[in-house]
Ligand binder design. Sequence first.
Ligand SMILES: [Zn+2]
Length: 360
Amino acid sequence: MTIIPARRYGLDQSKIENDRCQMPSFPGTAMQTGDSPETVKCPWCENPFDVIPNSSASGFKCPHCAIESSLGSLRNPNLNPNALALAEFTSLAATENVYRSTAAYVFIDKTGVENVASGTVVEFGDLRLLATVAHSVPKNLDSIELVKRSKLIHPSRINCVTRRVAHTSLDLALFELDPNSLAQANLEAVGVDRILDAGVGNTSRKSRLCGYPSAHIVENHLVRGVRAMFALCYGCETIEASRWKNVVKNPDSLKSDLHVVVEYNPDVVDSTSVTLPVPSGLPRPYGMSGGGLWQRDSLAKDDEIWSADAYCLFAIQAAIFVDKPFLKATQIIHWLKLVADNYPKLRGDLESRFPRLASV
Ligand SMILES: [Zn+2]
């Protein structure tokens, strides 16, 4: 059986592209605790209304036009008449960009069952490491196969993981890859300059999750015996830690120095402009574990040419909540610590780039 990840596509949760927004254009957003009413503006009908941010981890419905918008869209309404077209173009460009560094891998688990998971390839000098989760436990290194990222069929297996280090309680793992395997798999590593210690993420900037859902494996794709895998790039917003109490009953199960939470809700996904041979809508995220969460390191300025290269890896997708449409990811600083602990020669440079590393 040959496996090919044939295509990528994007789905978006929030309707307005926040990447292009300026700082809050509507008064009332500064210095709020989230427990008191905050005046926001509907990006659709442009009417103001009050929300209590901490009362919900989801979006809020406008009382005037009944359209629900994410909190980031309400705080930073993009009233540009071309907002939707711009959002579509930036979404496509960002998807194409982060897709280049997103790997799918197939592995045989300890019970002999084949599984799929995702990861992001990062380069540190000569080293090529895959940032992924620990819960995708392979039987052995030889059972891990990197999937070629291309429309082309690659006839040979790409067994290229020379070392695997896992931190089980944090659900993080790194794979050391044979550097030659990236060209074979048509993957591009991101440099350390595209890693961002963004904590729980910035709600006012669009985030993107890129990975390979198991639900999007297509059997006998074009040719009998060929399986294709389709990456999903999901546009979403991070949720402030003060709103996480609406996601979990036990507030201690989520930690603001460790986790990132985003909504993953088929009800609010609003566009799927590409027709592909996969089920429409938002798939269950299984297989996307290990996929990267990306966010820009700053808001685009008015006179700046928007570039997808500004998207930085800030968390690793780990789990979906049992009964709530939210995903939990792990902040990238903890994966960097795993790197520093296992490659001591990198520690100095990493600690100077990421000051929080010394204290996590
Ligand atoms: Zn409205």
